[in-house]
Design a protein around this ligand. Structure first.
Ligand SMILES: Nc1ncnc2c1ncn2[C@@H]1O[C@H](COP(=O)(O)OP(=O)(O)OP(=O)(O)O)[C@@H](O)[C@H]1O
Ligand SMILES: [Mg+2]
Length: 363
């Protein structure tokens, strides 16, 4: 199979340097390069945009702009440099070249007086292209992973809702019918057969406590209060947390009305649940505080506790996915999570934009 040539754009104002570059790349056997040339930055940028080369060889000192300016022009629009750039600099410009690499160039070569760099040029180009392929592959894999995670989260939420509904409706209905039958029996036999009446009463209270359990299991899977909106759901969750753990937990909500779609509301709610579960399981805190605010179109939720901190609570070797999942959930809705922990205080800050971003599309 013949390989298609590597399309290189050389942006270089010195005609002699262009000529020697052309020769160096043309002389490489078994590895064909197709060279396009520009003798100034503006022409180079125009060619980069229209012909989308595989790689750009960029002279740092151009008549109309320097290499760093060229890089920022190249990144304009998408915000990133998608074509790999190798910077060609004079020996006196090494520190500038290193700076250019920080700003997005992938490698640099120093134009020495004897033009020894030309021998390295084909190898460096191949190396940079290989790295570029790996970088793209990694990105694709990350995007696949993110899509899969997003899919799994939404499947899990759907499943939870369905099971909650089934448990609540079907088991609930059966138990209600049972309750009715048993209370009728109880009313009928209470006077004539008190012993049976007593047994039926006990059965009734068993049915009632089973009904409570069914409601609790369904609410645990997906609290129905979530359908009323995020704020009531947070209030309910904090109340549950206080009741279950005995930890004093303050809740400050500084928003009246939040217009959040279901995906976001569920994501924020699940993140709160994970953070609170962690406080209950690991922090040994006596107090916690939850604050919900809205700043510049971003919902900010912080969960703070006065416990031992993450360093002290860590058990080595244990597989932990809660915080990883929490960060993933945030990313899926275009948000982010910041965790600050030291002995005596752990703060989990969650920020979720109200409006959908490219990253946070609905699944
Ligand atoms: N509020 C907290 N206070 C102290 N330590 C914490 C707190 N939150 C998390 N940690 C520490 O961080 C670790 C990682 O938390 P993470 O939620 O990722 O996993 P986990 O709770 O151990 O397990 P799971 O995967 O079931 O959530 C915990 O094991 C714990 O040591
Ligand atoms: Mg956890």
């Amino acid at each position: 199979m013949t390989q298609s040539p590597v399309r290189v754009l050389l942006v270089e104002d010195d005609a002699v340097d262009r000529l020697v570059c052309r020769r160096a790349l043309g002389a490489e056997a078994g590895c064909a390069f197709e060279l396009a040339e520009a003798d100034n930055a503006h022409d180079g940028l125009a060619r980069a945009r229209t012909s989308a080369p595989d790689l750009i060889l960029l002279d740092y000192n151009l008549p109309d702009m320097d290499g760093v300016e060229f890089l920022s022009e190249l990144a304009a629009g998408s915000g990133e440099i998608t074509t790999p750039v190798i910077m060609l600099t004079g020996a006196q410009d090494v520190s500038i070249a290193v700076d250019a690499m920080r700003r997005g160039a992938r490698d640099y070569l120093i134009k020495d007086g004897e033009r020894g760099y030309l021998k390295l040029l084909p190898t460096v180009i191949q190396h940079v292209l290989k790295e570029e392929r790996l970088r793209r592959e990694k990105r694709r894999a990350e995007s696949r992973y993110r899509n899969l995670a997003r899919h799994q989260v939404s499947v899990r939420e759907e499943e939870r809702s369905r099971i909650a509904r089934d448990v609540h409706d079907e088991l609930g209905q059966t138990l209600t019918a049972l309750q009715l039958e048993v209370s009728m029996l109880s009313a009928r036999y209470q006077d004539d057969q008190p012993e049976l009446g007593q047994k039926l009463c006990a059965l009734l209270s068993l049915i009632e406590s089973t009904m409570d359990s069914v409601r609790a299991i369904a609410a645990d899977l997906r609290p129905p209060v979530l359908d009323l909106g995020l704020v009531p759901a947070i209030e309910w969750q904090v109340q549950e947390f206080r009741r279950r753990t005995g930890i004093a937990c303050e809740l400050a909500i500084d928003v009246d009305d939040i217009d959040l779609d279901e995906e976001r509301a569920t994501a924020v709610f699940r993140m709160l649940q994970e953070a609170l579960t962690n406080v209950a399981r690991h922090s040994r805190a006596s107090q916690a505080e939850i604050v919900l605010t809205l700043q510049d179109g971003t919902l900010q939720l912080t969960i703070e506790d006065n416990g031992v901190g993450m360093q002290a609570s860590r058990s080595p070797g244990k597989k932990s996915f809660g915080l990883v999942g929490l960060r993933e959930r945030a990313l899926m809705v275009g948000g982010e999570v910041d965790i600050d922990s030291k002995p005596g205080r752990t703060i989990v800050r969650i920020a979720v934009p109200l409006a959908k971003t490219a990253m946070g599309r609905a699944a």
